[in-house]
Design a protein around this ligand. Sequence first.
Ligand code: GRF
Length: 195
Amino acid sequence: MEQLTGRNLNICIFISGRGSNLLSLIKYSKIKKSKIKINLVISNNKFSKGLEFAKKNKIKYHVINYSKKKQAELKILRYLIKNKVDLICLAGFMKILSSDFIRKFKKPILNIHPSLLPKYKGLNTHRRVIKNKDKFTGATVHLVTPKLDSGKIILQKKVRILKSDTEQTLAKKVLKIEHKLYPAAIEKFLKKSSL
Ligand code: GRF
């Protein structure tokens, strides 16, 4: 893997919708001590609100038509190479990357998931923790592997669930911690990796 000398780390964020994690990472990339640069945003959805954050912050973005997955992934790979992307951060990207894509990209891919993995992989995490009357939930940043939500955990943060919590209040609380967790996890990952 290429060692970075003197330049900031190029990060590409993949989104599908709201983009609040994208926004928190953009903010983080602007602070003085940050070594990261968000140089590309990929979305499979032209209506993603998150694209507005890319536009406002003059970050290059591409909307990818996913009707043919193989072609879509090849197109993305081309953009990643062209933009010298060192790390992908999935932030609410609602498509599953193929093992072929993960292998061909060759560099790390991180994801943020709204549960304390390995519990509650997949969708509707808040609904399921409430149904199971769990005492805690949280968010996890992990490495992406071909197995869904199962790669090495980089960082997690817990949130206590109150009796009064609903799926909506919990989603709000977890999202709030996600915005701090993702930048912290990237920092931790960079310190330990050879990137
Ligand atoms: C977050 O809850 C994240 O954990 C999950 O998708 C949601 C994305 O939210 N993977 P946003 O688009 O970053 O606001």
